[in-house]
Design a protein around this ligand. Sequence first.
Ligand code: NI
Length: 162
Amino acid sequence: MSIRTYGDEVLRRPAMEVDAIDRRVKDECTKMVEEMLRANGVGIAAPQVGISKRIFILDVDERFQVLINPEIVEVSEDAEEIDEACLSLPGISGPVVRKKWVRVRGLDLDGRPVEVEGEGLLARAIQHEMDHLDGILFIDHLSPARRSSLLKELRRQERAEA
Ligand code: NI
């Protein structure tokens, strides 16, 4: 398993709710953690490893959390625009407006309800990973002109690596 990149259709598919947290789901979470750590990410969503399920993992500052079937339940009115990147869009970044503070609710690996709330990078990571579960990538939030120039840059880097 490795990280799926732009152009892979699994990244565009709305992910399915998890109905049972069984051995298989736990194994999939382990693989997600491995890929996230290998790539030095602050978060990863299941579709990024080819699994179309509503699961993401956060690893921001001291906060490590698996969230299954997450829902954002509260957001601040205030928003801020900060450069954002994504493991599935390697080598590019762009300014995305996100809520400054959010609260997300989901289940942990034992099926217990869990809430995470925070601001700054944590809030941004939560919103970014939630988007992945709906097939949305950070570039979708940019202007068409900026998006197309970033995608051009992405293709240029892919050619350089090939
Ligand atoms: Ni991402």
